[in-house]
Design a protein around this ligand. Structure first.
Ligand code: SAH
Length: 246
């Protein structure tokens, strides 16, 4: 099983040294896909110094402008949080469960993103709404915030440990699963349809869409199932949809 299907996403990192240390943490655990969302300073000599001999990870890192771009081709997005609770109650993993979950999904040929927040403020609620799951590393409740690269180290380690337990890809589905970008098109359609049928009030949306994202994010959806869902939405909207001919 390949750990290369795990992407580490660092959002708006302030200190380039943390990017280098995170690259080193990844390389020690056999991970290689690093994506940087709007880093404050990169490339930077401090990043290279802290990466030690993991400079190759920095050189192949991708730079993007937002989280949506960073995870467009991923099937599952796991956010990390130094805090245990947010307003929307999440099904929060601990690192061990996260490692097992990642390994199971790698065995299904899925691409997984682990998303790390800003040093001072973590992830925004909007970024969290793009995550299907959340992981929190248990810590001293009075001092719960780890250094960014330490958090990358712990979660990369657990992914590696989880993967050694699951070696076969016997769970692989025959049909291709859809990625985050394709799901975004579905969510947009779902939101419009719910507004059309007056189930969702755009002036008072509450947590309806984040809740639905969380629900759909928990399951594997294949391409034909997505077509089915979108066909249903079009039917609810009274629009034409193309039925598959037998
Ligand atoms: N004050 C911020 C702390 C950010 S620490 C907050 O409350 O969110 C920077 C990043 O390191 C976090 O966004 C997260 O990605 C990671 N991190 C730090 N401590 C963590 C923990 N206990 N569990 C999971 N991730 C953690």
């Amino acid at each position: 099983m390949s750990l290369s299907n795990i992407r580490i996403v660092l959002i708006q990192t302030s200190h380039p040294g943390n990017i280098g240390s995170a690259a080193r943490a990844m390389k020690t655990m056999g991970l290689s896909d690093l994506c940087l969302v709007n880093p404050k300073h990169f490339p930077d000599p401090q990043a290279s110094i802290m990466s030690s001999n993991a400079d190759d990870i920095l050189q192949t890192a991708t730079l993007v402008n937002d989280l949506q771009q960073a995870v467009a081709d991923c099937h599952s997005v796991i956010g990390t949080s130094a805090r245990h609770q947010r307003s929307l109650s999440w099904n929060t993993f601990n690192p061990r469960h996260c490692g097992e979950f990642v390994a199971e999904n790698l065995a299904k040929n899925k691409k997984i993103a682990l998303v790390f927040g800003r040093e001072r403020t973590g992830l925004t609620n909007e970024e969290l709404s793009l995550c299907h799951h959340l992981v929190h590393i248990p810590t001293n409740p009075d001092y719960s915030s780890l250094n960014l690269a330490s958090a990358v180290q712990i979660l990369s380690y657990e992914c590696r440990m989880g993967s050694t337990d699951i070696q076969s890809s016997s769970h692989a589905l025959d049909e291709e699963l859809i990625n985050t970008k394709e799901m975004e098109g579905f969510y947009q359609h779902l939101e419009n349809a719910l507004i059309d049928v007056k189930f969702l009030d755009p002036d008072n949306p509450r947590y309806l869409m984040p809740r639905l994202r969380r629900l759909y994010g928990r399951i594997d959806i294949t391409r034909s199932e997505l077509k089915l869902l979108r066909g249903m939405l079009s039917a609810f909207q009274g629009r034409k949809f193309t039925r598959r001919k037998k």
